[in-house]
Design a protein around this ligand. Structure first.
Ligand SMILES: Cc1cc2nc3c(=O)[nH]c(=O)nc-3n(C[C@H](O)[C@H](O)[C@H](O)COP(=O)(O)O)c2cc1C
Ligand code: SF4
Length: 488
């Protein structure tokens, strides 16, 4: 993962933990309403995290139920189930909600979270659409099989090699020249996009207007999201979260990189159009009482991408449209991802934007703890300034009661999300509430869990995955070396 050049190592400092009565009087453990009917008992939140525990067919597994059940035992105000695919297409071991056959498993998931939290935790599901991304191909495979030879290649080769006969060359001759070419020659002959496909793997974009399925996204996505939301509602989820963040389709519509020329790209008004149409289709399908929120970026952290001004503007529009909450994340983009190894797909958390999404203790002077809160607070202030009371969920390096309570007291956010601290100790919110803060396993923010995610391996926490492996009935990782849930 990218790291700031300063490389200052931050410590996990000792912190103040409240007594039960101090916790009871805190804002963190006070209730909050999200929309017309949903109330959280407390303002604590486990945000969406893909733990790589679904089957290849996108179905629920016992391992996945155990993972969420374990978070539920810590009784956060809400758990958002991982990014779940809205289409009925093979997506590897990512959870799916693109067909009614997924309902039974999803119902079990909801029941597990409600049961394990004794009814204290509300459960939402994050709905995602993503475009195709291929693994990085070997050079020969790409030049022999994937590259479509065009007249542009012939012209570029003829120019670079000063050989006009190449203007009429057969496809085989062109490929032979390309296979023998130095990479500087390939830079001259292939287009930017082809070079990217060669060096990173093919990645579709919302701006690929020559492709019908991309051009038609605004026609198909509202209905796909709406149907998925209806399934979530019938499976018993307390609400849905539209995934408008990170590297995926809806965030790409919002991005300044979206230059589509069909009224869904260009200006902010046009970039927000599809996200609003999706929201409106979902709202019409689930009714006005059901909780519908969105997760989006307070800053894309990529060159030429959205900044906090764009995010502030979008936030007001989302609030105006009637979204029941807004959850803010940061970065996590493909544009600055590192080159993957051959056979691997690019991972959108390897560049600076990925760092800002999940910052580690090797940081700059600001450090990893709540470093994006000032931007998130600005967005909230603008939404309040426009007279909307939409709850704002903030995230990024939050790991102590003091920090969480101060964010709420200062009006920088309304609900506090903690992803990695919740992996490190799924009971941590409950321990804080019960005055047992001293026994919390504190996240080291070194991103062992994120590295597992990057390799699409079952995500576990380094503080506990080798502990008490002789416990009877333990669910173990596929490599047989790690327990899959934190010990009690
Ligand atoms: C293993 C892992 C998987 C994640 N998967 C998702 C996801 O599915 N959807 C999402 O919006 N964010 C995802 N995130 C980002 C987190 O929700 C969160 O925004 C990020 O980790 C920063 O919060 P933290 O500092 O509390 O960990 C993931 C994070 C981790 C560590
Ligand atoms: S592996 Fe554990 S300690 Fe390390 S960052 Fe993830 S949750 Fe924190």
């Amino acid at each position: 993962m990218w790291k700031p050049s300063e490389r200052i190592k931050h410590r996990i400092e000792d912190t103040f933990w409240p007594t039960p009565s101090e916790a009871e009087q805190s804002l963190l453990f006070s209730p909050i309403k999200m929309g017309k009917t949903l109330s959280l008992e407390q303002r604590t939140w486990v945000p969406a995290m893909v733990p790589w525990r679904a089957t290849e067919a996108g179905e629920i597994t016992p391992e996945l139920l155990a993972w969420y059940g374990r978070f539920a035992q810590g009784r956060p105000g809400a758990i958002v189930v991982e990014a779940t695919g809205i289409r009925d297409i093979p997506s590897g071991p990512l959870l799916r909600i693109g067909h009614s056959r997924f309902l039974k498993g999803l119902e079990q998931l909801v029941a597990t979270i409600h049961e394990q939290s004794n009814g204290h935790t509300r459960v939402l599901i994050q709905l995602i659409d993503f475009l195709r991304i291929r693994r990085r191909p070997g050079r020969e495979k790409f030049l022999n099989q994937f590259l479509k030879v065009t007249s542009a290649h012939r012209q570029n080769l003829a120019r670079c090699l000063s050989d006009d006969s190449l203007l009429e060359a057969t496809e085989n001759v062109v490929r032979t020249h390309l296979l023998a070419a130095e990479s500087t020659l390939l830079d001259e002959v292939l287009s930017r996009r082809e070079l990217e496909s060669l060096r990173f793997g093919l990645r579709e974009r919302v701006t690929d207007m020559e492709q019908e399925h991309i051009r038609n996204l605004p026609q198909v996505l509202p209905e796909l999201f709406a149907q998925a939301a209806v399934r979530a509602q019938s499976a018993g989820f307390d609400g849905v979260e539209l995934h408008y963040a990170h590297a995926y389709t809806m965030a790409s519509f919002l991005s300044r990189h979206n230059t589509r020329d069909d009224a869904y790209g260009g200006s902010r008004e046009q970039r927000v159009r599809l996200p609003l149409e999706v929201y409106s289709a979902v709202r019409n399908a689930v009714g006005s009482d059901y909780c519908v929120g969105a997760r989006y970026l307070c800053d894309e952290i990529i060159e030429g991408g959205n900044d906090v001004d764009d995010a502030t503007w979008f936030g007001v529009e989302f609030a105006r449209a009637g979204m029941d909450y807004l959850s803010l994340s940061t970065g996590g983009k493909f544009e600055d991802a590192k080159q993957p190894k051959v056979g691997w797909a690019a991972y959108p958390y390897t560049g600076q934007s990925g760092y800002e999404c999940m910052p580690t203790v090797i940081s700059d002077a600001v450090g990893p703890f709540g470093r994006q809160i000032p931007k998130q607070a600005r967005i909230r202030a603008a939404i309040r300034g426009a007279e909307f009371d939409t709850p704002i969920v903030v995230a990024g390096g939050i790991h102590s009661f003091e920090q969480a309570e101060s964010i709420l007291q200062c009006g920088h956010g309304d609900i506090v999300a903690a992803a990695r601290q919740s992996i490190a100790d799924p009971d941590w919110f409950r321990k804080v509430q019960l005055g047992q803060g001293q026994s919390i396993r504190r996240c080291l923010f070194t991103n062992y869990c994120e590295a597992l995610d990057q390799k699409h391996k079952q995500v576990t926490g380094q503080l506990w995955d080798k502990e008490s492996l002789d416990e009877p009935g333990l669910l173990m990782s596929t490599d047989g070396k790690r327990r899959l849930t934190a010990p009690k």
